[in-house]
Design a protein around this ligand. Structure first.
Ligand SMILES: [Zn+2]
Length: 408
């Protein structure tokens, strides 16, 4: 049995309580055994980490990422890389995501369950993963990589972000195939997107009946359907179809927020990718069509979040970083804090994400009985939300009771 005691910490437990000092947290093997004050007794034989007032909090949870989008141009990347190269690059992104402080993550389309299982078996370093497998997309949809000039049928690539399926039967079959291969969710592309060469974000993709087929396939095995959306119409159609979670949603309006609320749809905005690509996309080498659409989406992203907050939606958190943006996922917290405040942004990235990913029984807060996924930070993020962006200030990353990083 191993025992680690974090003492003299400022505890940000992410249950919604204010940070408290001084706190003591006792970790036994991979479990948080006790959370107490200065008087908590230190068991014999324990390793004592003197936190010196630094902030101890749960590991972050990345609610929307893409391991396999490691180049600026997704289309080109998919066409040019053999599977071995893609796996190696994915593993690099996975480890780097953990080093940013994310101890759990959801891959929102593109990789199979092998990455999740390899991490769970301790074969590779990375966040504890959930995966969507390949996203389902219609012909000409967000995950159809063909250029408008190409008239060949869709070609399958290794680790492509999605798979083209048109019509109710084909959508149902494609969803069942992804579930068969171990996907934790069914992901559909319900609107155009920025990285896709042949569509516009404000479109709607998939008919109501096709969406219902995807939802039903997921629901039949106790899982939910996630949808990539931008336009009000796409989100409204998703709500009607029974989709339980919409991503991005940059063109949210009040009526749509009300409809999502009524149907109990979770909203996962992803601000960071639009922000960084709008500022640095040209330098990152993303194609012109991608940059143009990112800028339009970026202009609306904070307004969309404000509307969602006002409507009382459950708001998850993901960065959706791609290509050279991958190392900057924690920018998401600072951007969210502009609308939700620092505590709101932090809770969205910990407790709320754990709830909507149904892993709140194990992670997301610092409470007795939870897995020991912990960060120790030089500064309290409630006072400086940008602290996550300076990796040197993350002194300890502990995942499942094991040190991933310790510089104290
Ligand atoms: Zn995405």
């Amino acid at each position: 049995m191993s025992l680690v005691v974090f003492k003299d910490a400022t505890l940000l437990d992410c249950t919604g309580s204010e940070p408290r000092y001084p706190a003591t947290v006792v970790v036994e093997d991979n479990i948080i055994r006790e959370v107490g004050g200065a008087g908590t007794s230190v068991p014999g034989g324990a390793e004592v980490v003197d936190c010196g007032g630094r902030t101890l909090m749960p590991g972050l949870i990345e609610g929307h990422m893409h391991l396999n989008l490691f180049q600026g141009d997704a289309s080109e990347q998919t066409r040019r890389n053999l599977p071995s190269m893609i796996v190696i690059k994915c593993l690099q992104v996975m480890e780097d995501t953990l080093m940013q402080g994310y101890t759990s993550a959801l891959d929102a389309g593109g990789v199979d369950a092998g990455f999740r299982d390899a991490q769970a078996q301790g074969l590779v370093k990375g966040p504890r993963m959930q995966v969507c497998g390949r996203a389902l997309t219609q012909s000409g949809g967000h995950a159809d990589l063909r250029l408008p000039t190409e008239i060949n049928p869709p070609v399958q690539h290794y680790f492509a972000i999605g798979v083209v399926a048109d019509g109710v039967d084909a959508v149902r079959r494609a969803a069942r195939e992804e579930l068969r291969m171990g996907a934790d969710y069914v992901k559909i592309m319900a609107a155009g997107g920025c990285a896709s060469p042949s569509d516009e974000p404000d479109s709607v993709q998939y008919s109501l009946e096709e969406m219902k087929a995807a939802v039903d396939a997921a629901d039949s095995v106790g899982k939910i359907c996630l949808a990539h959306c931008y336009s009000p119409r796409s989100m409204q159609r998703c709500a009607e179809a029974g989709v339980k979670r919409v991503e991005h949603g940059n063109f949210m309006d009040e009526e749509t927020a009300r409809i999502l609320k009524k149907h109990g749809v979770i909203y996962c905005p992803t601000l960071a990718t639009y922000d960084i690509m709008s500022r640095r996309g040209a330098e990152f080498g993303i194609p012109d069509y991608f940059l143009r659409k990112m800028k339009v989406a970026n202009e609306k992203s904070l307004e969309a979040l404000a509307i969602a907050v006002k409507a009382g939606l459950v708001i998850g958190s993901g960065s959706d970083m791609v290509g050279p943006g991958q190392p900057f996922k924690t920018n998401e917290l600072e951007l969210k804090s502009r609308v939700m405040g620092a505590m709101g942004a932090i809770l969205s990235t910990t407790k709320v994400n754990s709830e909507i990913m149904r892993i709140d029984g194990r992670v997301g807060t610092v409470e007795a009985g939870k897995l020991a996924d912990l960060l120790l930070l030089d500064e309290n993020p409630v006072e400086n939300i940008a602290v996550f962006q300076n990796r040197d200030k993350i002194r300890v990353i502990m995942q499942d009771g094991k040190y991933i990083k310790k510089t104290i």
